[in-house]
Design a protein around this ligand. Structure first.
Ligand SMILES: Nc1nc2c(ncn2[C@@H]2O[C@H](COP(=O)(O)OP(=O)(O)OP(=O)(O)O)[C@@H](O)[C@H]2O)c(=O)[nH]1
Length: 625
């Protein structure tokens, strides 16, 4: 009954957890919409290094991405004054994606320096407007008109003097301006990408601050979720160290945490970690290169049979090479490795999805939920890869995908633990039952052993009796009498206590057998033994010495006494016919011997035997000594 109740409880708790899982996922959707899509700034196309803003209402908070064609001065670091009304030669370049991304007519090296410039015309004079400066690689100075408003790192046209930096900022546009220019000097000697990575966003100052705050809040939320899950998994691992899955999952969460931290909190990371831009970029890439094999290993361990060991090992080795590359090569070369690794990552992700699909079809526990979580995370990851590469212009969702992934994996891990615990309970119950059975069996066994011991004791007693007694007459046999003879000799030697032995032999017993048969002969022997036993004292001992011959040991008896007893016995046997109704007339002859100083049993017996022989010779039916 208890097992059945537990089974019902297990089903209910499972249904409840699945329902909770889906409800949480549903609650999660608005979050995805808000951070992934709603906060995406609308793209405003700039032409010929100029943009005219048609709208005057920025209060909706989304902002305008000042993307499009910016004026671009390659290998020149120009002050704003040098540009306005310039005769300097400029080209046009996209205001996002870096200057080396190859989408322009001209290709530029990632390493180098340049100046971006954009003239912005507003419909109405600026009021509470601002621009948000996102990622610029790897050092910049930004001017509004001629005024330096923000900077990151050290911009220089001289390689060894250049210092990378990272400083996202929200820069207020002075109120009242109807037209202004944005000039950005950029130099890059450390990153694989140079220039504007994400577009500059123009919007309402308050909304941009809110947007920034929301992004930080979301990121902190995700990092918190990752950290808590990692700790939770580590606790699970320490509670049950035989199971490596929670440990691998904890590592994966920590790598994702590191990635989120180095991407979204670069400014903070730069101040917190002394290694600066290079260290943080390395950590960022490492978290990606190590994260993919860790994710694969996690799935591999969880569904061991579904994954191909050789393929997985190949991926692990490949990822170790990439991770080593990150550790030992300068950051400016990372771009090449990233493109290659993104291809590997996408292949690995699809491989995992395909294997999880197979695992689900094979009815593996939790595979379905894990597949959903993986689809969410991988779809967002692929989206981000394509977004970063400029193929699509959707938002960046990966961080949110991570949460979906964590939720599903935590759900499966917890279900597994729950399952283990309820299994454990069931096993404990069974064990208790078995123990009770065993106790019962033990008791039964003890009773059986006691019984057997008793039987053995009885059998032993019987065996002893058989060894010491004559089976026909049930008096002692020779062996049985031995100890009493020994005792009599000892008493004699110690305290001169006399004793006698008497040999009594039936006369012509052969004739009795021949005449009446052996059965009657047996009855005669049995009756004779009974009669002798009845005629002697408690301390006297009787033994059948062989055939029709009996020996009586008479302790503490002299010769006279022995003769008297022997005659009494002879008379008792001969008194009446034995074996009624046939009735056999019997007589016996006896030989008596008294122990003396030099006797051994043999000499004593010989004297009794001689006396018996004497009696037989003298005509039988008499006692001699
Ligand atoms: N029925 C029966 N006969 C036995 C048993 N043991 C020995 N006998 C017989 O006892 C007889 C003894 O014969 P003998 O030794 O010739 O002696 P006897 O006939 O008694 O003659 P005497 O002793 O000279 O008087 C033999 O025939 C044995 O077979 C027994 O247990 N039962």
């Amino acid at each position: 009954m208890a097992v059945l109740r537990k089974f019902h409880m297990a089903i209910w708790s499972k249904a409840l957890s699945i329902a909770l899982f889906f409800v949480t996922m549903l609650l999660f959707l608005p979050l995805i919409y808000h951070f992934g899509i709603a906060l995406q700034p609308a793209t405003k196309q700039a032409f010929d290094g100029q943009v005219t803003i048609q709208t005057s209402d920025f209060s909706q908070g989304k902002g305008l991405a000042l993307d499009g064609d910016w004026s671009f001065f390659w290998q020149q670091l120009l002050e704003p004054e040098q540009i306005s009304g310039t005769t300097k030669k400029s080209t046009l370049i996209k205001g996002s994606g870096g200057w080396q991304s190859g989408k322009h007519d001209l290709n530029y090296d990632a390493i180098g320096f340049a100046t971006y410039h954009l003239d912005v015309a507003l419909q109405q004079a600026a009021s509470n407007l601002a621009i948000r400066i996102p990622q610029i690689e790897s050092a910049y100075r930004l001017y509004i008109d001629t005024e330096l408003m923000a900077s990151g790192g050290l911009v220089t046209d001289y390689l060894s003097a250049g210092k990378p930096g990272y400083n996202t900022a929200i820069v207020r546009i002075p109120d009242g301006l109807k037209a202004f220019s944005i000039t950005i000097q950029v130099s890059n000697y450390h990153s694989s990408w140079g220039g504007l990575w994400e577009p500059i966003v123009l919007g309402d100052a308050d909304s941009l601050h809110t947007l920034q705050r929301d992004k930080v809040a979301l990121s902190l939320f995700i990092m918190g979720a990752l950290l808590i899950t990692a700790i939770h998994s580590l606790i699970q691992f320490f509670l049950r160290p035989t199971d490596n899955i929670p440990l691998v999952f904890a590592c994966l969460c920590l790598l994702l945490f590191l990635r989120e931290f180095t991407i979204e909190h670069m400014t903070f990371a730069l101040s917190a970690l002394s290694g600066g831009f290079v260290l943080i970029t390395k950590l960022n890439f490492f978290s990606f290169y190590a994260g993919i094999p860790t994710a694969l290993y996690f799935f591999h361990l969880s569904y061991y049979q579904e994954f191909h060991r050789k393929y997985c090992s190949f991926v692990y080795i490949l990822c170790v090479i990439f991770s080593a590359f990150v550790l030992f090569f300068p950051t400016r070369y990372f771009g090449i490795s990233l493109v290659m690794f993104e291809v590997i990552a996408v292949i690995v992700m699809f491989y995992i999805l395909q294997r999880m699909w197979v695992a689900m079809k094979n009815g593996q526990k939790g595979a379905g939920v894990m597949l959903i979580g993986s689809v969410i995370a991988f779809a967002f990851a692929v989206n981000d890869i394509l977004n970063v590469s400029g193929v699509i212009t959707t938002g960046r969702f990966f961080s949110l995908g991570i949460v979906g992934f964590i939720m599903s994996q935590s759900f499966v891990t917890n279900t597994r633990f729950n399952h283990l615990i309820s299994n454990n309970d069931i096993l404990t119950d069974k064990l208790k039952e078995r123990n009770a059975d065993l106790e019962l069996l033990g008791e039964l066994l003890e009773t059986k052993v006691e019984q057997r011991t008793r039987q053995l004791k009885l059998a032993n007693i019987e065996l002893k009796a058989l060894a010491n007694n004559d089976p026909l007459t049930n008096v002692f046999n020779r062996h049985g009498l031995q100890q009493f003879i020994q005792a009599a000799f000892e008493r004699y030697r110690r305290s001169q206590e006399l004793f006698c032995i008497v040999l009594i032999d039936f006369d012509h017993f052969k004739d009795i057998n021949d005449t009446y048969g052996h059965d009657v002969g047996d009855i005669v022997l049995l009756t004779g033994a009974d009669l002798i036993k009845a005629g002697i004292r408690e301390q006297d001992k009787l033994a059948r010495w062989g055939g029709e011959e009996f020996l009586v040991l008479l302790p503490n008896t002299d010769l006279q006494g022995a003769l008297a007893i022997s005659n009494k016995l002879k008379n008792a046997i001969c008194a009446k016919p034995i074996g009624q109704p046939i009735g056999v007339e019997v007589s016996v002859t006896g030989g008596v011997a008294l122990v003396n100083q030099d006797d051994t049993f043999d000499t004593l017996f010989k004297r009794a035997d001689d006396a018996l022989y004497q009696g037989k010779q003298n005509g039988r039916n008499q006692i001699c000594s």
